[in-house]
Design a protein around this ligand. Structure first.
Ligand code: SAM
Length: 246
């Protein structure tokens, strides 16, 4: 049998790829990519001439079954997405599951991941955090999502598109305390990289007034609820029981 390599690629800066990842992309029999044109920019940059086939959310099941047959026939395959780590808000899960279930080796080549890059530079607690993927697309769904997260004591992280970042911050402002610390990490590793750590109220004002802050790609990180907020969430009766227990 061949082997499936899950290869992280840059999230903006073409230099952010490991030496081993470049060597692997060069050496495998074929690359399965979310967007074949997109990956070619990276391949050209590193002078890699490789066969690329497409595996995206609309052909995932069928393409994965084909790739499994190729692995069974002994080919080695690299899976890449458009940016960062495959399977993190990106295609690839059905393929990895199928290949693993078939008893064929799957090996990760770690590298860039927008949420981890943002978290590493945010200055918010990292001991426990939750990644929520993309925030919901409609305002009503977003508000219930933010409400559900409001009392979480852990740092939480979500991806947001430039089209919805302002609406998302406005919705958050209606649901979370205005002084909650948040980090907006925009265009990471790129020319216009911006990382702002401030209160929710100030973040909202900043994105409202600066059109540049509504462009590009975003990771939003939210501080967990401070202990006092958690106390407000529990009822007087629960508090009384807790005090007895203490
Ligand atoms: N697999 C990728 C990863 O490992 O981070 C994520 C893919 S997801 C389809 C794309 C989203 O990730 C963007 O909409 C944005 O929210 C976030 N993202 C990707 N690159 C980014 C960057 N350079 N700066 C900020 N956010 C980024």
């Amino acid at each position: 049998c061949g082997k499936l390599y899950v290869v992280a690629t840059p999230i903006g800066n073409l230099g952010d790829i490991s030496y081993r990842a470049v060597e692997t992309l060069r050496r495998v029999d074929l690359i399965a990519a979310e967007d074949t044109r997109h990956i070619k920019t990276l391949l050209q940059h590193y002078g890699i001439n490789q066969k690329v086939i497409s595996l995206h959310q609309h052909n995932e099941e069928r393409a994965s079954a084909d790739l499994l047959e190729k692995l069974r026939a002994g080919l080695s395959i690299a899976l890449v997405s458009d940016a960062g780590t495959p399977l993190v808000s990106d295609p690839g899960m059905p393929l990895v599951r199928m290949v693993r279930d078939a008893g064929i080796e799957v090996s990760p080549l770690p590298g860039a991941c927008a949420l981890i890059a943002a978290l590493s530079a945010a200055g918010l607690p990292t001991a426990r955090f939750t990644f929520e993927g993309f925030a919901p697309r409609t305002s009503a769904e977003r508000k219930s999502f933010f409400k559900a997260k409001a009392a979480s004591p852990d740092t939480w992280i979500f991806y947001e598109s430039c089209h919805r970042v302002l609406a998302s911050l406005r919705d958050m402002g209606e649901v979370l305390p205005k002084d909650r610390q948040i980090v907006i990490a925009r265009e990471l590793t790129k020319l216009h990289e911006t990382i702002v750590k401030t209160t929710l109220a100030e973040a909202q004002a900043l994105v409202e007034t600066d059109p540049n802050m509504q462009k590009g790609e975003f990771v939003i990180i939210v501080e967990g609820a401070p202990k006092e907020d958690l106390r407000a969430e529990i009822s007087a009766e629960q508090q009384r029981v807790l005090e007895i227990l203490l």
